[in-house]
Design a protein. Structure first.
Length: 459
């Protein structure tokens, strides 16, 4: 017990200034998340330039599966990392190693299962996700190839959370960055030199994901804080259950975004067909805007992920003042980013959408309105994911899961179904800021209540 106490007291997560720790962990995490989002942005750029609007619409149809990969990887990675850091903070290295090893095996095995499932049900899934007659073939070609990379994508994203938890946020960033560079180079090569079309973009994505996964695997063979052996990879029901429990909040958040994306695609297809824009223009614009929005959201998630090991370790070590400090400093950083993103989305929507290829005047007019209305509450969207991850990081899975459900499932989804019945396409656009506003109020209330409780415990 004395040895464990010494390790707890000398671990930098419990001793370094919180601001420095947050910068040390969050900046590489932000870069890694941005680079991960660039997979989709780079594909969108090249497909928009060399395939056209229907190609952009097809990637939007395929996007829910990418979001499902992120959901699984966050469940395994953040759930595993939270359990790892909580046990490390308590001084139980054996349990910490078991959780890290089981999180790794969860990532790859579930990713493999998703790949097989997608291959078996690809055609009906693309139709369910909103593919039109014009975009179905593109969607099948793109997703049929990118599904091969699902196990590698989930393993990389989940493994990166464990690498950060082990105290190596820069290497976690490098793993994702290397894959993104490979993807970008191959996108240009396959589409401009070999003229492989949308299939070229898909293969570039898969190869980049494989490169990242190899780097993650190499790191995990020489984990720093504890020794990870083959025995730790053997699935244990208790470890899988607790990992899923603490990883459920970010997982639900992503799954909710996936469900909303599917419903939104279908709403845009149906009500777009009844408008002057037709069904394909709203689908293509929404695809670009959702991926640009993910660039902003990636920064917020990166800050949240950088916060996680600091909060989990110090909560396990009962250093509650440091927990509160880490949470509020994360909120402050994310708020600055959110305000900048809001201003960009309101002032430069046409310029942003123009980066992804040409289109008709109706195309750009719809994109401008969609950007300004749907993304209006961006300046406060940082609260919900950070507060949800705070609860996950301190082991309060139920509160984290509820917080993850608020914006997407409890508010946005019903509004997407109801408002278009009365207001058409405008109803779909106004659903988002209304849901964002209500979710912000709830997140702020839960945040104030929990941080007040932690301050009382700290004395």
């Amino acid at each position: 017990m004395a040895v464990q106490t010494i390790k707890q007291e000398t671990n930098p997560l419990g001793t370094k200034p919180v601001g420095r720790l947050l910068a040390e962990f969050a900046i590489p995490s932000i870069i890694a998340m941005l680079v991960s989002a660039l997979y989709n942005i780079v594909d969108q750029f090249f497909i928009g330039q060399y395939v056209g609007m229907l190609g952009n619409a097809a990637t939007n149809v395929a996007f829910p599966l990418t979001m499902s990969c992120t959901a699984i990887s966050l469940m395994c990675g953040i759930g595993g990392a939270a359990n790892y850091n909580l046990n490390l903070g308590r001084g139980d290295e054996q349990k910490a190693a078991e959780y890290a090893g089981n999180a790794i095996s969860m990532c790859f095995l579930i990713g493999l299962g998703l790949c097989i499932f997608t291959k078996l049900f690809l055609n009906p899934m693309m139709i369910l996700f909103g593919a039109t007659e014009q975009t179905l073939d593109y969607s099948l070609a793109y997703t049929g190839i990118t599904s091969i990379g699902f196990p590698f994508l989930i393993f990389t994203t989940g493994g990166s959370s464990l690498i950060r938890a082990d105290g190596s946020p820069r290497f976690s960033m490098f793993c994702t960055l290397a894959g993104a560079i490979v993807n970008t180079v191959l996108d240009a090569l396959f589409m401009t030199t070999f003229h492989m079309g949308i299939e070229g973009a898909a293969w570039a994505t898969v190869i980049g994901q494989v490169v990242s996964a190899i780097l993650v695997a190499l790191y995990l063979t020489r984990f720093k804080t504890v020794h990870l052996g083959a025995a730790h990879l053997k699935p244990k029901a208790a470890c899988w259950g607790n990992t899923a429990k603490l990883g459920m909040s970010p997982c639900i958040n992503q799954l909710a975004m996936m469900v909303v994306q599917i419903v939104l695609n279908n709403v845009l297809k149906i009500y777009g067909a009844q408008s002057v824009y037709g069904g394909d223009i709203p689908l293509a614009c929404a695809g670009i805007i959702s991926k640009v929005g993910m660039m902003f959201f990636s920064i917020v998630i990166g800050i949240s992920q950088g916060m996680q090991p600091i909060v989990s370790f110090n909560y396990g070590a009962k250093q509650y003042k440091r927990v509160v400090e880490a949470v509020w400093k994360s909120i402050a950083c994310a708020t600055v980013i959110s305000i900048i993103a809001f201003l960009c989305f309101q002032i430069f929507p046409r310029q942003i959408i123009g980066v992804f290829g040409e289109g008709s005047e109706e195309y750009f007019r719809f994109a401008e309105r969609y950007f300004r209305i749907y993304m209006f509450f961006t300046f406060a969207n940082q609260f919900q994911p950070i507060v949800a991850n705070m609860f996950t990081s301190i082991g309060k899975a139920a509160a984290g899961a509820f917080m993850s459900l608020t914006r997407q499932i409890l508010f946005l989804l019903p509004l997407l179904v109801l408002l278009p019945k009365f207001f058409g396409l405008d109803g779909a656009m106004y659903a988002a800021p209304i849901a964002d506003c209500v979710a912000f109020v709830i997140a702020l209330g839960m945040l104030l209540r929990e941080t007040h409780s932690l301050r009382l415990q700290a004395g």
